[in-house]
Design a protein around this ligand. Structure first.
Ligand code: NAP
Ligand code: 8YV
Length: 315
C-alpha cells in the first residue's frame, strides 16, 4: 500500500524527517520546485510539516485541499498564516514546553558570555595574546538587574535561572502576572531604562515586529546589554547595529536574525557581540523530544484524532 503524501516546507531535522519517512511519502520542499509537478501533487497532500522559521502562506494552504494539519517543529509559528489555516479547517500544532529548558539555558549562556566576555577570552588565548597583557574586564552578573521581555513559558524559566544568580528581575508582557513574584513594567522602553540586561523572548509576528527599536536601545543605555533569543523580527536589526557602532548600548548577544541564515556582516567584526546560529533548542535530547511531539501531532491530524499540542488559536 502506498504511503500518504505529505509536504515538508523546509529542511527538516533528521529526527523529524526519519520518523515521517517511515510512515509517509515526504515531498521535501516540492512547492519550491517544478510548478506543474507540484500542481499535480498538491491535491494529494494530507499534512504539512514545518519548522519554527517556516513560511506557510494562505496561498500555499489554498493549494492543499486535502491537508488535515500543519505540524510545526518548534514553539514559534509566526510564519504560519493561522487565520487562513483555520478558515480552511486545517489545525496548526507546535512543540511548546519540551524546549523551554534548553532555550532558557542558552539565554543564560549568552548573558554570561557577553557579560564575562567568554568568546572574546577564548579568541584572546587562541591568538596568543595572553602574554601581551590581560583581557579587558567584564561585567558582573550576580546581583545585576535583569529585564525580561515576554514572561511566558521560556521567560519564566529564564527568570528562575537568573534568580539563582541573585539577579533583580523585572519583566514586561501583554498582561501583568500578579502571581509571578517578579516586578511588572508596562513597556519595553520603561523596562530597558531600569535594567543592566534586557532579554527578549516574545513570539515573532506582526504584534512584536521591531518592538525593540532605537528608543528602547537608548533607554537600555551605554552600560546595558541586549540578549535576543526570540525572533530576529522582534528587534530592529539596523537600530541594534547602529546602537552598537555608536556605543548607545554596551553589547548584544543574538541567537536570531532578521534574514537567517544571513547575519549582517556589520556584526561579524564587532568585539562587543556574541552571535549564535538560532540554536537555542539545539540539543540532541530536546530535538528528539520536539521531533516526537511534532510527529505525534502530524499523525493525529492525518488520522483525525485529538491533537496533542495545537496552537492556542486552534484549541
Ligand atoms: P509563550 O509561553 O507564549 O510566551 C510568550 C510571552 O511573550 C508571553 O509572556 C506574552 O505575554 C509575551 N508577549 C506576546 N506578545 C507580546 C507583545 N506584543 N509585547 C510584549 N510581550 C508579548 O511562548 P514561549 O514558549 O515562552 O516562547 C516564546 C518565543 O520564543 C517563541 O514564540 C519563539 O518565537 C521563541 N523561541 C526561540 C527559540 C530559539 O531557538 N531562539 C526557541 C524557542 C522559542 P502574555 O503572557 O501577557 O500573553
Ligand atoms: C526552531 C524555534 O524551531 O521553537 C522555536 O520557535 O525557533 C526553534 O526551536 C528550531 O530551530 C527548528 O527550526
Amino acid at each position: 500500500m502506498s504511503k500518504p503524501d505529505i509536504l515538508a516546507v523546509a529542511k527538516l531535522h533528521p529526527f523529524f524527517m526519519e520518523a515521517l519517512q517511515a510512515h509517509y511519502t515526504v515531498h521535501d520542499r516540492a512547492h519550491e520546485g517544478d510548478a506543474a509537478a507540484f500542481a499535480a501533487l498538491a491535491p494529494r497532500i494530507q499534512a504539512v510539516a514545518a519548522t519554527g522559521e517556516s513560511l506557510v502562506s494562505a496561498d500555499l494552504l489554498a493549494r492543499l485541499p486535502a491537508a488535515r494539519v500543519v505540524s510545526v517543529f518548534g514553539v514559534g509559528y509566526d510564519g504560519v498564516d493561522v487565520a487562513a489555516a483555520k478558515a480552511r479547517g486545517i489545525p496548526v500544532t507546535h512543540t511548546p514546553d519540551v524546549l523551554t529548558d534548553d532555550v532558557a539555558d542558552l539565554a543564560m549562556a549568552l548573558l554570561l558570555s557577553i557579560a564575562r566576555r567568554v568568546p572574546q577570552a577564548d579568541r584572546f588565548v587562541r591568538a596568543g595574546q595572553w602574554p601581551g597583557g590581560p583581557l579587558a574586564l567584564g561585567r558582573k552578573v550576580t546581583g545585576a538587574r535583569l529585564g525580561i521581555v515576554g514572561l511566558g513559558r521560556i521567560g519564566q524559566a529564564i527568570a528562575r535561572r537568573a534568580a539563582a544568580f541573585d539577579m533583580r528581575i523585572a519583566y514586561t508582557a501583554r498582561n501583568e502576572k500578579p502571581g509571578s513574584g517578579y516586578r511588572y513594567v508596562a513597556s519595553a522602553e520603561a523596562l530597558a531604562a531600569e535594567v543592566d540586561f534586557l532579554v527578549v523572548i516574545t513570539p515573532g509576528g506582526a504584534a512584536t515586529r521591531k518592538l525593540i527599536n532605537a528608543q528602547v536601545l537608548k533607554a537600555l543605555g551605554p552600560k546595558g546589554y541586549l540578549i535576543n533569543v526570540a525572533r530576529g523580527s522582534v528587534c530592529d536589526e539596523a537600530a541594534v547595529i547602529e546602537a552598537l557602532q555608536n556605543g548607545v548600548i554596551a553589547g548584544a548577544a543574538l541567537d536570531v536574525f532578521e534574514a537567517e541564515p544571513h547575519v549582517p556582516p556589520a556584526l561579524w567584526g564587532m568585539d562587543q557581540v556574541v552571535l549564535t546560529p538560532h540554536m537555542a533548542s539545539a540539543t540532541r535530547e530536546t530535538r528528539q523530544a520536539m521531533a516526537d511531539l511534532a510527529f505525534a501531532n502530524l499523525q493525529a491530524g492525518v488520522r483525525g484524532e485529538a491533537l496533542l499540542t495545537p496552537v492556542p488559536e486552534c484549541r
